[in-house]
Design a binder for this molecule. Sequence first.
Ligand code: SAM
Ligand code: DTB
Ligand code: SF4
Length: 325
Amino acid sequence: MNSQTLRHDWSIDEIEVLLNLPFNDLLFRAQTIHRNNFDPNSVQVSSLISIKTGSCSEDCGYCSQSAKHGTDLEKERLLPVADVVKAAQAAKDKGSTRFCMGAAWRNPTDANLQHVKDMIVAVHDLGMETCVTLGMLTGEQAAELKEAGLDYYNHNLDTSPEFYGNVVTTRTYEDRLKTLSHVREQGISVCSGGILGMGESRRDRASMLRELSNMVKHPDSVPVNMLVQVEGTPLYGTAELDPFEFIRTIAVARILMPKSHVRLSAGRGDMSDEMQALCFLAGANSMFYGERLLTTDNSETSRDVELFDRLGIAFQSKDEQLTAH
Ligand code: SAM
Ligand code: DTB
Ligand code: SF4
């Protein structure tokens, strides 16, 4: 498939038809598209660090870091650059090619941004790709991050525009899209996806996928998170999503955005090996690797290495990522 065939005009109904396909037909279609665009036996791995934890002014219903929820999270100030570099080097030594730094902010102040720019330069100097997720940005702030050499900016849509108000009330969907435009306009690669298992419907999942795939340029990276239920958050106790529904969503993301890296993201630690294998078959070709996500545990690295070995999957190098596009 070449870039001329990428579509940006999907309707929710068309996407729902894909989500409703018999499971085997859906996985066959997704895997065929995957093979036309990527090495099917190689997965990109990114590692995460929380550079500023807790006390966030936003009210995202899933998040352990909101000051508005009664979670027992230990708060931390912005980390020193040296601590971040040490963690990035350790991640690189374990095979990660990208280091993603997350901050519990509605938006960074200009002083915060200066400090984060220093982190970006230092992590880049280690030979890793850099990603940050800092909340809303102005156009000028996006330009500053570009100047520091940032490769990726993560900013998730989280869910459909229709369901968004059930999850977050302190900012709008439009705010999210605006930040993503600033990032894209600076030529920074966009990482944007969402969370499943928040009580949304299949149509909401179709609608979120439409928002992502109809962007003027598909996000380079699409994280698909399963809700990690954190005690004290409003979404704690939400009914668990059928694992096949999660796999279906990965498969449809692959079909709609054939050249994007689809990332099997939060929630992997609670997934069986068989479910993860089906996610890779459905077209997931990226994941978070390392003992921790931001504030919760990730799947154990020894388990991941063993799973890759059992499945014949290799860690993707930085060069392979570039040739895939
Ligand atoms: N504060 C910034 C923001 O909200 O954009 C950056 C950090 S925020 C923690 C990054 C993303 O992590 C969120 O947009 C959400 O998609 C995901 N996330 C947070 N908590 C989660 C949870 N409990 N389960 C699954 N995904 C989660
Ligand atoms: C993304 O989509 N998922 C990551 C990353 N981007 C920043 C964060 C997951 C957070 C899971 C809950 C936690 O550990 O706090
Ligand atoms: Fe704050 Fe981000 Fe958590 Fe929302 S998801 S409460 S903005 S840290």
